[in-house]
Design a binder for this molecule. Structure first.
Ligand code: ATP
Length: 261
């Protein structure tokens, strides 16, 4: 996927993305980082054809993303949004089955293929024991796995996740990150996600895109780009970067740099 010079505005007045260029590498995990309001979710939305750029275009498999029919795009790319809502009385299995919608035509659907995709999504996300529960009977971490399972049931080669670990405790955060890593390594899914936890970004990404004020400041392998200088430039936070024999590279935020406004 190529992002070619995207400039985007919600209201036609203020640009929230300014001439953004990047290439999403197939089969890799790419993580978008940056402070609140810098345009991470906006970029993810434009990259999934959810918003028309003022300038530039996103190319997927040689074709501009805006030229895909919605169902055609939904067979290539699935999105797990930051906030998800569904009726509380819907069972896990029924909800996951909605992921099959893009594969149905007006006249037919391959029931065996649908069943196999739903079973695969349930198995990947370890929801076998929860399939007949309703959403309200699940923990936050289990609910997040349901949304991921629904996206997996789409059987797309590309998966976008917007802040998949927000509101989850340490256990569930790790569980989701390990699931994402497994989906990438075992099934070759191309993953693009937004994360706030810089250490998670460092540990699980092949490529990091660092944004500030609607622009890409730096992108590349986490070990190459995540320097103390870059983090201070992007977040206004001083950090120390350490390497531990067991834990590898890790970042410790030390101090917010207060700047006059
Ligand atoms: N639907 C919208 N209509 C108008 N402005 C919006 C809309 N969504 C976001 N914005 C604005 O666009 C800018 C970028 O927002 P975006 O949600 O992409 O940032 P973000 O980096 O994902 O932030 P966060 O980390 O807080 O989720 C912000 O100034 C935000 O207020």
């Amino acid at each position: 996927m190529d992002v070619n010079g995207i400039t985007f505005s919600y209201d036609g007045r203020i640009d929230r993305l300014h001439d953004v260029h990047t290439t999403i590498q197939q089969g890799k995990i790419t993580t978008i980082i940056g402070p609140n309001g810098c345009g991470k979710s906006t970029l993810l939305s434009v990259m999934s054809s959810n918003g028309k750029p003022r300038q530039g275009e996103v190319i997927l498999d040689g074709k501009a993303i805006m030229r895909y029919r919605p169902s055609e795009l939904a067979r290539r790319l699935a999105v797990v949004h930051q906030q998800n809502e569904a009726p509380d009385d819907l069972t896990v299995e029924k909800l996951i089955r909605f992921g099959r919608m893009p594969h149905k035509t007006m006249f037919s659907s391959d029931k065996a293929e649908d069943d196999a995709a739903v079973e695969w999504a349930i198995a990947c996300t370890n929801l076998e024991q929860r399939r007949f529960r309703t959403l309200e009977q699940l923990s936050g971490g289990e609910r997040q796995r349901v949304w991921i399972a629904m996206a997996l049931a789409q059987r797309t080669p590309i998966l976008f996740l917007d802040e998949p670990t927000t509101y989850l405790d340490m256990f569930y955060q790790l569980e989701i990150m390990e699931l994402i890593q497994r989906l990438n390594l075992e099934y070759g899914l191309t993953i693009v996600m937004v994360l706030h936890d810089i250490n998670q970004a460092l540990r699980y990404s092949d490529v990091i895109i660092a944004m500030k004020e609607g622009r890409i400041v730096s992108s590349g392998h986490p070990h190459d780009i995540l320097t103390a200088a870059l983090i201070e430039e992007v977040y206004d936070v001083q950090v120390v970067i350490r390497r531990d024999a067991e834990a590898g590279l890790y970042i410790v935020p030390m101090q917010a740099v207060l700047r006059p406004v």
